[in-house]
Ligand binder design. Structure first.
Ligand code: CA
Ligand code: CA
Length: 281
């Protein structure tokens, strides 16, 4: 890339200022060789319907219900997210990506409370960026900004769009785990059991999903798989009791409780009252 193309705000940059595309001096990692489907807790697929929202590149898709919609991966330093979309998110004429954003809410698995957000903001018309945010969206850290490159010793190539090979598209983005941990304000560590909720949006607030939800019509962490940011899929920290531990539990109380009162109460009055008068005068 020619130096003359690196122009931000009318000021040509030079030398170490190439790192302007990586404002926190983070290095984007190599994309994972394989992705892991992000699923329901039991391994069930998450396959969002095609064509339930428009435009097509904010429509989380599943090749007609046949394909998994969302994926993740980790290398222990960066965490990677992938969404399958019906339309192409890439638009070189709009800062790299079309004018919307794609994001993941990261919640503590133990309580389902969102602790941090990672996303790719394509809303801008000339410079898009990968970001992390706190939960209310009031503190957004730009991690990698377009035009992505690996010049000046810093790799900013933290998002991409590509075909899924079946007529739909993937949008991929990655963030350093340390940035997610930092923006969570102590709510997350690299080993905290977490759950993810993927979405797309055109909201003003970069922590808000208002277009497509990976499942349903609202953010919910019920029944989702547990991961850790550094380790990938993880055991659920709050398991429900395992039936195999005690297949036929003894009832703790008598299943036929003794009535506290006499079930056949004695009539308080004689049911066959004596005639008050002599029937045979
Ligand atoms: Ca959809
Ligand atoms: Ca854009």
């Amino acid at each position: 890339m020619a130096l003359a193309t690196i122009v931000i705000g009318g000021h040509a940059l030079s030398g170490f200022a190439f790192a302007a595309n990586s404002p926190q001096a983070d290095n984007a990692a190599a994309w994972p060789a394989s992705w892991t489907a992000y699923t329901l807790a039991g391994g069930g697929a998450i396959a969002d319907p095609d064509s339930d929202v428009n435009p097509a590149n904010v429509d989380i898709a599943s090749n007609g219900g046949a394909a998994q919609s969302v994926f993740a991966a980790t290398d222990g330093t960066s965490v990677f997210f992938r969404l399958r979309l019906r339309g192409n998110p890439v638009d070189a004429g709009k800062g790299g990506f079309d004018n919307a954003f794609w994001l993941v809410h990261v919640a503590s698995a133990s309580d389902g409370v969102v602790r941090a957000v990672a996303g790719l903001n394509g809303k801008l018309v000339s410079t898009d960026f990968v970001y992390v945010s706190n939960t209310p969206g009031s503190a957004v850290t730009e991690v990698y900004t377009t035009p992505f490159d690996n010049l000046g010793g810093v790799d900013s190539r933290g998002a991409r769009g590509l075909t899924d090979g079946s007529g739909q598209h993937f949008v991929d983005f990655q963030v350093p785990i340390a940035q997610l941990v930092a923006v969570s304000g102590g709510g997350l560590s690299s080993s905290t059991p977490v759950k993810f909720f993927f979405g797309s949006s055109s909201a003003n607030n970069l922590a808000t999903i208002n277009k497509d939800f990976m499942a349903g019509t609202a953010v919910s962490f019920d029944g989702l798989a547990v991961w850790t940011l550094a380790g990938g899929p993880a055991p659920d920290p709050t398991p429900t009791p395992t039936p195999s531990e005690d297949p036929s539990p003894e009832p703790s109380e008598d299943p036929t409780p003794t009535p506290s009162d006499d079930p056949t109460p004695t009539p308080s009055e004689d049911p066959t009252p004596e005639p008050s008068a002599d029937p045979t005068p």
